[in-house]
Write a protein that binds this ligand. Structure first.
Ligand SMILES: Nc1ncnc2c1ncn2[C@@H]1O[C@H](COP(=O)(O)OP(=O)(O)OP(=O)(O)O)[C@@H](O)[C@H]1O
Ligand SMILES: [Mg+2]
Length: 269
């Protein structure tokens, strides 16, 4: 077994990357897929969301940056629930670029491949590894993209998020060319759509014209309850949670279908 490594990305902040990542990881685990979330953002939002989901406090046993400094992140893994694990991050991760300056000097390959190298021993233990990244073009995103097999762009139906999504595709191509890495773009996931939002509809039309089959057919609607998960963690028992699980579950099925489709094509070649 080797985990499929997925990153939900966008250079624009606050577009729903972390929320999408953590909810999908939670559903993957409910389906019995052994899943690891790697929080690779110094904001530590996915750690916060998942630790709240598990009813844990704020205390992070061992942050990813401590592991990075020791060249081994395997013992940073913490248990969230059955089939769901987390490598948490803390604010100390802001030291990552400086750490790379010191340890990799001017070796750009080493610089971008560090996370990939550290993830290697974890690949055999999980079905899926999902990396959450900050909203920047930076060492964080470069490392996450190089370590990933699949990238999905999370696009809030807002002009600036659409604009940032456009920049992501050439960036991805540049990463493939520069770093000789295998990354497949799964597609663009539209999120936070407001029902009857005229601008949302307009951006969706633009995105569909431009990206055609790259656009996911599942959509994530804006939901006050999803917003509340940032405070409560992901809850699972009430009628509203079921509706949300269905909406994200549909997206997850499409993600997995697209992964399978790509792997079938790869084998046939
Ligand atoms: N489907 C949704 N419905 C309503 N609110 C949402 C939804 N998805 C995310 N949000 C809210 O949008 C805000 C930004 O979400 P999130 O933190 O997941 O974005 P992000 O892209 O990870 O941000 P950053 O770039 O800072 O890491 C949060 O307040 C979150 O609760
Ligand atoms: Mg985030």
């Amino acid at each position: 077994m080797s985990a499929k490594v997925i990153n939900f990305a966008n250079f624009k902040g606050g577009v729903g990357k972390t929320t999408t990542t953590t909810i999908l990881a939670n559903i993957l685990s409910q389906f019995g897929h052994n899943t690891l979330v790697i929080d690779f953002d110094p904001q530590g939002n996915s750690s916060d969301m998942l630790m709240k989901t598990a009813g844990l406090g704020d205390e992070i046993p061992k942050s990813i940056f401590e592991g990075i400094q020791q060249q081994d992140i395997t013992d940073c893994v913490m248990y969230i629930k059955q089939d769901l694990a987390l490598i948490p991050s803390d604010f100390d991760l802001i030291g990552f670029p400086l750490f790379l300056n010191k340890t990799t000097k001017n070796d750009l390959m080493k610089r971008a491949y560090l996370l990939d190298y550290l993830i290697e021993p974890l690949r055999a233990k999980y079905d899926y590894i999902i990396i959450d990244t900050p909203p920047t073009i930076s060492d964080y995103t470069n490392n996450a993209v190089v370590a990933s097999d699949y990238v999905s762009i999370v696009m809030q139906t807002h002009p600036w998020s659409f604009r940032a999504s456009k920049h992501f595709i050439p960036y991805l191509q540049e990463m493939i060319d520069e770093y000789d890495t295998n990354i497949h773009l799964l597609g663009i996931v539209p999120v936070m759509l407001k029902t009857d939002g005229k601008m949302d509809d307009y951006i969706m039309r633009l995105a569909q014209q431009e990206y055609k089959e790259h656009m996911f057919s599942s959509e994530i609607k804006h939901s006050e309850r999803v917003k509340r998960y940032a405070l409560s963690g992901i809850t699972n028992d009430l009628i509203h949670d079921k509706r949300i699980k269905k909406m994200y579950g549909k997206l997850l099925s499409e993600v997995l279908e697209r992964v399978e489709q790509h792997e079938r094509r790869y084998i046939e070649q």
